[in-house]
Structure formats: C-alpha cells, structure tokens
Design a protein around this ligand. Structure first.
Ligand SMILES: Nc1nc2c(ncn2[C@@H]2O[C@H](COP(=O)(O)OP(=O)(O)OP(=O)(O)O)[C@@H](O)[C@H]2O)c(=O)[nH]1
Ligand SMILES: [Mg+2]
Length: 164
C-alpha cells in the first residue's frame, strides 16, 4: 500500500529540506527555491508501506497552489517556519481552503526549524503568535522529530483504514 504525503506551505519554510531529510538523510543550508514538483518513494519496512512524498513550490496563499496537487493525497503537511511569522499569517484561511480541497485526507500543521529557537522562544511563539496549535515541531536540519512524525502519520493512516 502507498501513503501519499504532500508538503505544502509558504516559500522557504523548509519543504525541500524535509523531503531531502526523509528521502536521503541529507541537509544543506543553501536555499534553492523549488520549481514545479519533486516526487520520490521510500519503503517503510516497519509498516510495510510505501511512502510517496511530494515536494512542491511554496506559495504565500494556498489558493494559488494548483488544486491537482491536493487530489488523492493521504496526508497533507502544511509546513510553517516558526522563526518567520509571515509564513503562518494565512494559516486560518489556508486550512479552510485545504480542508475544502483535500478530499478526506489527513491535514497536519507542522512547525519547522526547531533548532533555531530556544524552548522559551518556542513556547512564546506558540502561545502568542500562532492562531492554531501545531501538530508537530521538527527540524529538517537536525532531523529532530521527523522519523517519529512519519511513524505517527503512517499509524494514523493505517488505523483510519482499519476503522473504515
Ligand atoms: N536552521 C534551519 N534551517 C532550515 C531548516 N529547514 C530548512 N532550512 C533552510 O531554510 C531555507 C529554505 O529551505 P527549503 O527547504 O529550500 O524551503 P522550501 O519550503 O522548499 O522553499 P520553496 O521551494 O521556495 O517553497 C534553506 O536555506 C534551508 O537550509 C531547519 O530545520 N533548520
Ligand atoms: Mg522547495
């Protein structure tokens, strides 16, 4: 079985870096904005599923993302950069738009670049700046929480299928 996961969100939030961390266990500080789309697959032996990961160009507003990218995705990860409030200022309308266009798939809001904030700074961003709670906080740079996030997602998907 294939679990299709789309990475979306504003530009520069780290979608390609998360993609590279998951697929190749690599990270670079260089920034090359994504043109178009990248897709890759990886077998998750533990769950006997294929993870198909989609990395698209960032858009400030989700309604500018071609709707076709949201079709048939098992999971959509809406990535924000916890160090740049600009990247989550549209979060409420973006989530509304995503929920209308991701037919039945799971949508999660994930904060990236955890390595750049202290625990105290992170708490204050979550308390004072984010209009909705994050469902995961990761770092593509250090890899922190990424494997656990994928694990948790796949388990949620498998449970959802079992209960249907
Ligand atoms: N410190 C730190 N930097 C990161 C992290 N993730 C990404 N970056 C940096 O942030 C910049 C943008 O990362 P990308 O992965 O290219 O961002 P993107 O979301 O794919 O950007 P677009 O393709 O333009 O939408 C790069 O310079 C990365 O090195 C992280 O977890 N920590
Ligand atoms: Mg990119």
């Amino acid at each position: 079985m294939t679990v299709e996961v789309l990475l979306t969100g504003s530009f520069g939030v780290g979608k390609s870096s998360i993609f590279n961390r998951i697929m190749h266990d690599e990270f670079s500080n260089k920034y090359y904005g994504t043109m178009g789309v990248r897709v890759n697959e990886k077998i998750l032996a533990k769950h006997q599923v294929t993870l198909k990961l989609w990395d698209i160009a960032g858009e400030i507003q989700q309604r500018k993302v071609p709707k076709i990218y949201f079709a048939k995705k098992t999971v959509v990860l809406y990535i924000v950069d916890i160090t740049r409030p600009f990247t989550f200022k549209n979060i409420v309308e973006d989530l509304q738009y995503l929920s209308e266009n991701v037919g039945g798939g799971i949508i999660k809001i994930i904060g990236n670049k955890k390595d750049l904030l202290t625990e105290v700074e992170l708490n204050s961003v979550q308390r004072e700046e984010l209009p909705v709670p994050l469902q995961g906080i990761i770092s593509a740079k250090t890899g922190e929480n990424i494997a656990a996030l994928i694990d948790r997602l796949v388990e949620e998907v498998l449970l959802k299928i079992k209960n249907n």
